[in-house]
Design a binder for this molecule. Structure first.
Ligand code: ADP
Ligand code: MG
Length: 332
């Protein structure tokens, strides 16, 4: 059945089930003019929003409805994680072509509910409208953070280590594999494609790292090069990154070879990894036990004085400026 045969209200009724995963902080969810939430005392409120537009951010020939739903929430939770916060609620606005099937919308919400359930996040409202041209999904996420643990981009100090979670470049490489329809060695490359279509936000790590006194943090949505430049600019410092220390997965190394590319390029400029990059003093870093983080940490560089700029030391030990290239919507 197409959604035009069902109508807006019946569709919202379908969406409504299984949206509250943490009853403690919500009085009214979907079904009234506004959601009613219970704020945590002594906490700061975080709010972030991200919009996904068909043909700009996703292509329905390479992503399923479930994956799209999952990712549209994941990218927002990643922003809350990068502030050192715990996500609590989301509201979801969707603009749908009227020929879309009801099954598609149900799967989209299954993906959304799956990740919300995993992170204890409530879906408390949204808006549903018709779109004359392609699918648009806008998610707004709310979260909370202890004032002492708030992570901004502006707190890095000279001498801090620069550290990342997980491996970098997987998502960008996975996207290229999808676009080029490179199904050879598909089984082996599958994790790269998964990291592109269903990235896992580093919520647990963000909260723990903040509690250990990380000084600045950013999630890696536009590639490492862009994110470290943002930290350097906001913190008024320089940063030196060592290419040979950047963690690349075995899959990226193999896929890059197969594609005739350099795995490092995906890590620096690929984007959509949704890992975290943060700065922290060496002393505080030594106190972190990596067991509960759910991801590995890798030191990739250090914070230096602003006059040096943001530098990349390549594998031959040559140093050059690391330009903030990456995905930029309005750049030619
Ligand atoms: P109103 O006309 O008062 O703005 P709506 O009829 O648009 O209310 O929505 C009814 C309820 O359903 C509200 O609680 C709204 O937040 C929720 N809702 C509407 N669309 C969605 C959606 N796509 N996802 C989640 N909740 C939604
Ligand atoms: Mg109303």
């Amino acid at each position: 059945m197409e959604i035009k045969n069902l109508g807006e209200f019946a569709l919202i009724d379908l969406i409504k089930a299984d949206t509250i995963h943490n009853k403690e902080n919500v009085v009214v969810g979907i079904g009234d003019d506004a959601a009613v939430l219970i704020p945590a005392s002594e906490k700061l409120q975080l709010v972030t929003t991200d919009m996904l537009v068909e043909k700009v951010h996703f292509d329905l020939s390479t992503t399923s409805a479930f994956q799209l739903g999952y990712k549209s929430i994941a990218v927002n939770l990643s922003d809350i994680a990068a502030m050192g916060g715990q996500p609590t609620h989301v509201v979801i606005s969707i603009a749908l072509p009227s020929c879309l099937s009801v099954g598609f919308v149900v799967s989209l919400y299954e993906g959304m509910k799956n990740i919300c359930h995993e992170f204890g996040v409530n879906i408390v409202g949204g808006d549903t409208v018709a779109s004359p041209n392609g699918l648009v999904i806008n998610v707004t996420a709310m979260g909370e953070v202890d004032p002492k643990e708030l992570q901004r981009r502006s707190g890095a100090s000279v001498g801090d280590l620069v550290v990342v979670t997980g491996t970098l470049g997987d998502s960008g490489c996975g996207l290229e594999l999808l676009q080029q329809k490179k199904w050879t060695e598909y089984e082996f490359f599958q994790p790269l494609v998964s990291r592109h279509v269903t990235p896992r936000p580093q919520v647990t790590a963000g909260v723990i790292l903040a509690s250990f006194g990380s000084t600045s943090m950013n999630d890696i949505s536009d590639g490492l090069a862009s994110e470290v430049n943002e930290i350097a600019k906001a913190s008024q410092v320089g940063i030196r990154i060592y290419a040979k220390m950047i963690p690349l997965s075995a899959e990226v190394c193999a896929a890059a070879r197969a594609l005739g590319k350099d795995g490092l390029e995906y890590a620096l400029y690929g984007g959509e990894d949704y890992q975290l990059v943060f700065t922290i003093s060496a002393q505080q870093f030594s106190l972190i036990s990596q067991d509960n983080l759910g991801t590995k940490l890798t030191v990739i560089g250090e914070v230096i004085e602003q006059r040096h700029g943001v530098l990349l030391v390549d594998k031959e030990e040559a140093e050059s400026l690391l330009e903030p290239k990456g995905y930029n919507h309005f750049r030619q």
